[in-house]
Every structure is written in C-alpha cells, then in structure tokens.
Design a protein around this ligand. Structure first.
Ligand SMILES: *Cc1c(COP(=O)(O)O)cnc(C)c1O
Length: 404
C-alpha cells in the first residue's frame, strides 16, 4: 500500500502504546479499528441530530431518518441487493443468523436435513442446533481436510431432497479459508435447499455480490469493517424474508395493533422491532464509504502481500506449525509452537504491545479436529505493516526462548 502512512494516520488508536511499547494490533478478525472519518460521523450524530426515527414530524427526526435510510441504500448498493428492503439492520451477524434460524421453525419439519460446514463460528452452529431441537430436523456436517478446505465431494453426497438449508461461512475466522461458496450455493439450489452465507469475516476483504451469488441470506457485522459494534445486516431475498415470521414483537414492526389481532409492517420494518441503533447504522454506511475510498482491490492485494510475508517469516521459527493452509485464504494465521500453550505466547506478546487472539476463536469443533486446545491467531488488516510482521516474529522468538 503506497499510502500506508496516511492510512495509519486515519486511525487514532494506532498511535497509542501498550505496556510501554507501540501498539501492534493483529486481532482484526475479532474486531477492526475505527478511522477518524467514522468516529466523526458518530460524534456528528450525537452533537447535531440525535432523534428517534420514522415516527417524528420534527426536523431532527426527519434528518436522522434520512441519514439512516441513506445508509441502508449504501449497504444495498455495496452488496448489490436488488431491493433496499432486502437489507435488514441487525445488531450483527449473530443476531442476523438467529432471525433466520428462528424464522425457519415453522418451515422445517421432522426428518428434514440441515447442513453446516465443519469450520463454522459458534454463532453459525448453535442457532441451528436449537432449530433442530425445536423441529426434529437433523444437523449434518460438511467435513474438512487437514489443510482446512471443505471436502466438496462429501458435500455432494450429503445433499439430497431432504436438505432444506445449508449454512457456511464465506471465510473462516479461525483458519482464513475462503470457501467455494458459488459452488456451495449452486449445488444446494439444485436440490431445492436455501443457503445462508455468514459473511462476517469476508466483508473486510471481499465485496460479495448477493445477486450474482444468488445467495438466499448473507450476514455482516459492521465492527469487522471499520464500523462500530452492535450493528450489522441481514440480507435476505425478498421472497424468503416475506415467508419468515418476525423475530421480535414491538414498536416499528407493526402495521396495525388491536387486542384481537396485529398485522405486521412491510419489509424491512417487520424485522426491526423497537428503536434501532440509529447512529450505528449511519456509521456502518460511513465505514463502507471509507473502505470503498481505499478500494477493496487494493486492500486485498496488500493483505495478500502481508499474508505471504508473515507466513514465510513465521515458518522460519523452529517448531511453529500453521493451521489452515488452504490455497485460497485471507490474512489470518493460526499457529502453535511445539509444546507451548497458546495462552502463554499471547500473554508475552501482550507485554510487548502486540495484540493477538488465543484460544478456540469461537470455533471449538475446528480445535477438536486438530486435537489442540486452541491456537494463537494473528489477523492482518490493510493498516498493518511489514515492519509489524517483523516485530511479531521477533517477539515470538523471544517468547519461545522464555517458555521452552
Ligand atoms: C465475528 C464472526 C461472527 C460473529 O459476529 P458478531 O459480530 O459477534 O455477531 C460470526 N461468524 C464469523 C465467521 C465471524 O468472524
């Protein structure tokens, strides 16, 4: 990235120190940092036009409603949804998935089959298990290889006319694998199954075109793409969102209420009960603007360089093993060092100002697959530098000498 220095200046937090050392933030797969441009939008909202939306006739309410709805259009355009009302604001991916899993309760029956991939985040496993408990449907798993790639021939065998739903992440947060979702979606549709793709980990790196993918549901969390926490989206095809019952009852989601019967509001409001995260929605739009300004092609190319360089440098460390070596992966490196617990490495790195994640990364089945308690995960973003990779590698060598 030629203008990496000016990009880094956009992120005030990158200037701070941790334990007396310059912060090296490599936990981007858990949450990204927020540029000043997005922080300014948040401040502007509370300083100048904080008001509840959709109900007020007064100026502030109109202004807040306009900005919130403009953000929905930005999101629609970014993901190329056909209709604006196919974008539902949620609190994030977990909330989005729960809306769909809950909604399918009335559409699934005993003996139906639901497929999930072996590399799912817990938020894409547990809601389906709960759906199976409610309905008597059967959860089946698409297995993966040692490299962390889905076994697509087994997927072919699992698909049948009982398959009603397929769930898979676009990119694995624990391994970085980019899954072949085009193929997954096409094959699921061939047997009449609906597909939900969890795009939480993909949105920071790739622009998904939901119409081209022909995906039924796609989920995103704004806090992983330079936006604030507590806001995200559920994209759903109009025909599916029309079929699903609302998830929560309350204000905003109704057309008419009497004690005898309530009729629900049209999309998207049917799924948006109560006062939403108005400021968050507007800031979500601003975060997409920020990232589009840099450009996703430039981001992907630079992150690929970071990944290649970091992989090569890390593999020079004696006894270091990388989990997730798929041909097609993003800038996430999960690793362990012979005989050392990941938590111990993470603790020493923290003392040196380096933020990485240790543990099971909300994907315990992957850890069981490799028979390990967890990994150390360094995840890189477009605002990280090659120098930070060097700092990480030197710190790992130091930690290793202290612990072995
Ligand atoms: C972060 C993440 C989630 C959960 O997102 P929340 O924002 O915590 O709801 C789900 N799936 C994947 C792949 C993720 O990376």
């Amino acid at each position: 990235m030629s203008h990496i220095d000016s990009i880094r200046k956009d992120f005030p937090i990158l200037k701070r120190e941790v334990n007396g050392k310059p912060l090296v933030y490599l936990d981007n797969a858990a949450t990204s940092q927020t540029p000043q441009q997005v922080i300014d939008v948040i401040v502007d909202y509370y300083q100048n036009y904080n008001a509840n939306i959709h109900r007020g006739v007064h100026a502030l309410s109109q202004e807040a409603t306009d900005k919130y709805e403009q953000a929905r259009i930005k999101i629609q355009q970014h993901f190329n949804a056909k209709k604006t009302h196919e974008i539902i604001f949620t609190s994030g991916t977990t909330h989005s998935i729960n809306i769909v899993a809950n909604g399918f309760t009335s559409l699934i029956k005993k003996g139906d089959e639901i497929l999930v991939s072996a590399m799912e985040h817990h938020s894409n496993i547990v809601p389906w298990q709960m759906l199976c408990e409610r309905t008597g449907a059967i959860l089946k798993v698409i297995p993966m290889s040692q490299e962390g790639e889905l076994l697509m021939n087994v997927y072919d065998d699992l698909l049948c006319d009982k398959t009603k739903l397929v769930f898979c992440n676009h990119i694995s947060n624990a391994l970085g694998t980019i899954n072949p979702i085009e193929d997954i979606i096409e094959k699921a549709h061939a047997v009449g199954a609906a597909v939900l793709i969890d795009g939480a980990q993909a949105a920071p790196h790739i622009v998904a075109d939901v119409q081209k993918l022909d995906v039924d549901f796609y989920t995103v969390s704004a806090h992983k793409i330079c936006g604030p926490t507590g806001i995200g989206m559920l994209y759903g095809k109009e025909e599916w969102l029309g079929k699903l019952p609302p998830y929560q009852g309350g204000g905003e989601m109704i057309a008419e209420v009497t004690f005898e019967k309530t009729t629900y509001a049209d999309l998207p409001h049917k799924f948006e009960a109560g006062t939403p995260n108005i400021c968050g929605g507007i800031a979500f739009g601003a975060a997409l603007d920020y990232m589009n300004e840099i450009g996703f092609d430039a981001i992907a190319a630079y992150e690929h360089e970071l990944l290649e360089y970091a992989t090569q440098k890390l593999l020079e460390v004696d006894g270091l093993k990388i989990y997730g070596t798929a041909k097609n992966k993003t800038s996430v490196i999960s690793f362990n060092i012979n005989g050392i617990h990941p938590y111990d490495i993470g603790t020493i790195l923290d003392k040196l100002g380096i933020a990485v994640r240790t543990g099971h990364h909300c994907a315990q089945p992957i850890m069981d697959f490799y028979k390990i308690p967890g990994t150390v995960r360094a995840s890189f973003s477009f605002y990280n530098t090659m120098e930070e990779v060097d700092v990480l590698v030197e710190a790992i060598k130091r930690a290793k000498n202290m612990l072995q």
